[in-house]
Design a protein around this ligand. Structure first.
Ligand code: GAR
Length: 218
């Protein structure tokens, strides 16, 4: 058997997306393994999830560094030490500099709780509701130097319902995040993703949005 793709996961909080990856790797759906989980916060609950799964963890606290670049260099060193071939940002709430992004160019995925390019940045559920959007969703994309703007691998759509607040919408979106992040990592691990400009194709020629249409509310 060939060695499974080694993934590094960066978190800052609850780590429910990390848990989805752990679970789908454990049940064999995602042909990869998590080599290290790194958090910039010692109190991130996701660290507990990683420990419970027997995954090595590191805390690299951004407040201990004088600038963003030296923090990023420490992250890169820890990920190289763990021998990762793919890095997944999973609720990692620090903006990364080119020092980091260039080190993992083409091997760096992020999940964002909106349908990019709509609603990049923070407080996206409040903003989608305030804008009167009828749909929102989740996006897995390759990370480039422009924040929340890299080539889109897969998206899932959910309705914005009358009476939604940020928490109810976030919960509906999160459920879909847990479906699409493992899918994107699977495609990457299978070597099937091809980036053509801003568009991501599957190696068999299918474009990913057509490959997986996730129904609103599904
Ligand atoms: C997720 O909704 C993720 O998309 C979002 O943070 C949440 C983390 O949840 N990420 C961002 O907003 C990145 N800008 P989790 O810790 O339970 O996976």
């Amino acid at each position: 058997m060939t060695e499974r793709l080694a993934v590094g996961v960066l978190i800052s909080g609850s780590g429910s997306n990390l848990q989805a990856l752990i679970d789908r790797m454990a049940d064999g759906a995602v042909p990869a393994r998590i080599a290290v989980v790194i958090s910039n916060r010692a109190d991130a609950y996701g660290l507990e999830r990683a420990r419970a799964a027997g995954i090595p963890t590191r805390v690299i606290d951004h407040r201990e560094f004088s600038d963003r670049e030296s923090f990023d260099q420490a992250l890169v060193a820890a990920l190289h030490e763990a021998g990762v071939a793919l890095v997944c940002l999973a609720g990692f709430m620090r903006v990364l500099t080119p020092v980091f992004i260039r080190a993992f160019a083409g091997r760096l995925l992020n999940i964002h709780p909106a349908l990019l390019p709509a609603f990049p940045g923070l407080h996206v559920q409040e903003r989608a509701i305030a804008a009167g959007a009828k749909f929102s969703g989740a996006t897995v994309h390759f990370v480039t130097e422009e924040v929340d703007a890299g080539p889109i691998v897969v998206q899932a759509v959910v309705p914005v319902l009358d009476g939604d607040d940020a928490a109810t919408l976030a919960a509906r979106i999160l459920k879909q995040e847990h479906r699409i992040y493992p899918l994107a990592v699977t495609w990457f691990a299978q070597g099937r993703l091809r980036v053509a400009g801003q568009r991501v194709l599957l190696a068999d020629g299918q474009e990913t949005p057509e490959a997986v249409l996730i129904q609103p509310g599904g």
